[in-house]
Ligand binder design. Structure first.
Ligand code: HAM
Length: 431
């Protein structure tokens, strides 16, 4: 029988690597708390129309990459429904914001999430069909200050701090403004016209996009198309005064906070909901999929999915890519060692060994429990791999209440009374 494997584009995460994932998540959660964000958890599947209306029918994500199925009705009271595994979490967060009337609090909502997303992309390094994002959204009614450029700058400053705290060196921040919905529409038309004579000389994707969604031409990576793309009109020239002033204020706040960035006038991003500020943090260690994270403002998204006016800004970082980057920076996980390995001498001592392990674990120590059927040599080898110290539990030790402890770092073997054992094992390696 053929052996079953994880589906293409998905993978298992195993120890010790999962320790690195946990460290990243713990660092992110602690940082979000300092910036006063609370956690939101939305379902992993939603009504398909949420993404069609929110992310945009013409985007690659919606038109090619979604896992969508017709969910059959199970009872007469139910209707069949088209459902989709979430390809991203912003649309779900804004749906929840509308559904729970969070706007009526009058407060800015600062929400973060950590969880799996699904896109049927061609798998390669840093690109999976199930991947995990750590993201956050700042959203609220305009009266709560949700449109302020200060919010954009604060989110970017927070991200720079998070990457620094994670130990990711060598990142760079690229920013752009895609303007208001009207600016974008105007620019799209300008591009459409500029592309009429040029598109026939470009790749197949660009030829198609020149008609369906000209903005996406700016994302093209085909080397031969680059000079043509560089010659196209720039979006900054289509921005109205308000959008220009907003972008200038974001940059002024970043300058004041000492957050470095470069402007990338081609950064329009692959989701239709963006307005004004867009950004990506990129890292050279990642190869072709070099975006550690991306995000931007989405001032019209709530209205696009039937909600009140609720401007917002947010981002999502690819957790898989954070892990890859830390590994290339030699900051990957190493197998962890427990405080003590308990070696019972003979199977008759197994119950007493379990009791001792329970005592030590309840005292807060990490303990690996051996097995009395092992020869002493095998116990020592297993202990040396897993632990800093081995505790030998024989009949004599049990009767006398004095245990033999060997420290692998120093090679010293010593006798420790059982009542002092937990305290002894908590100490750093003994000289
Ligand atoms: P996105 O640029 O589509 O934006 O994805 C954000 C990040 O998720 C990317 O920069 C990348 O690190 C990671 N990512 C995306 N696709 C994959 C994949 N197939 N495999 C591994 N990692 C991947 C969004 O999703 C927006 N919701 C971000 C946002 C939040 N904008 C505003 N608020």
């Amino acid at each position: 029988m053929a052996t079953l494997k994880a589906v293409r584009g998905t993978r298992d995460l195993l120890p010790p690597e999962t320790a690195l994932w946990n460290r990243i998540e713990a660092t992110a959660r602690a940082l979000f708390a300092r910036y006063n964000f609370g956690e939101i958890r939305t379902p992993v599947f939603e009504d398909t129309s949420l993404f069609a209306r929110g992310v945009g029918e013409e985007t690659d994500i919606v038109s090619k990459e979604m896992y969508t199925w017709e969910d059959r009705a199970r009872a007469q009271s139910e209707k069949p429904q088209s459902l989709t595994l979430r390809p991203e979490n912003t649309a779900g967060v804004v749906r929840a914001y509308i559904e729970h009337k969070l706007g009526e609090t009058g407060q800015l909502q600062k929400l973060y999430y950590i969880g799996p997303q699904f896109r049927r992309e061609r798998p390669q390094k840093g690109r999976y069909r199930q991947f995990s994002q750590i993201g956050a959204e700042v959203i609220g009614p305009p009266s709560a200050g949700s449109e302020s450029p200060l919010r954009d700058a604060e989110v970017l400053e927070m991200l720079a701090t998070l990457l620094d705290e994670l130990g990711i060196t060598g990142w760079s921040l690229e920013i752009n403004s895609v303007g208001s919905a009207a600016d974008r529409a105007r620019y799209n038309e300008t591009l459409r016209e500029a592309l009429i004579p040029l598109a026939p000389k470009m790749c197949g994707d660009c030829q198609r996009r020149a008609v369906t969604n000209p903005l996406r031409v700016l994302d093209c990576k085909v080397p031969e198309d680059q000079p043509i793309i560089e010659s196209l009109p720039k979006i900054v020239d289509s921005l109205d005064e308000e959008s220009k002033a907003h972008f200038a204020a974001v940059m002024a706040a970043l300058d004041a906070a000492g957050v470095h960035y470069t402007r990338n006038h081609r950064l329009v991003r692959g989701l239709d909901y963006y307005t004004r500020t867009t950004f990506e943090f990129i890292h050279g260690g990642l190869g072709a999929q070099n975006a550690l994270l991306g995000g931007g403002r989405y001032d019209g998204l709530s209205e696009a999915i039937g909600g009140p006016k609720a401007p917002g800004i947010g981002f999502a970082m690819g957790e898989d890519r954070l892990v890859l980057t830390l590994q290339t920076l030699n900051q990957g996980a190493t197998p962890s060692q427990v405080d003590a390995y308990i070696a019972p001498l003979g199977e008759a001592l197994n119950p007493a060994a379990l009791a001792l392990a329970r005592e030590l674990r309840r005292a807060g120590l990490s303990v690996e429990l051996g097995d009395g059927s092992f020869r002493l040599k095998k116990s020592f080898e297993a202990a040396d791999r897993a632990s800093r110290r081995i505790v030998i539990l024989g009949e004599d030790e049990l009767q006398s209440g004095i245990l033999t402890v060997k420290d692998f770092t120093t090679g010293i073997q010593t006798k420790v009374p059982r009542v002092e054992l937990a305290a002894y094992l908590s100490l750093p390696a003994h000289a």
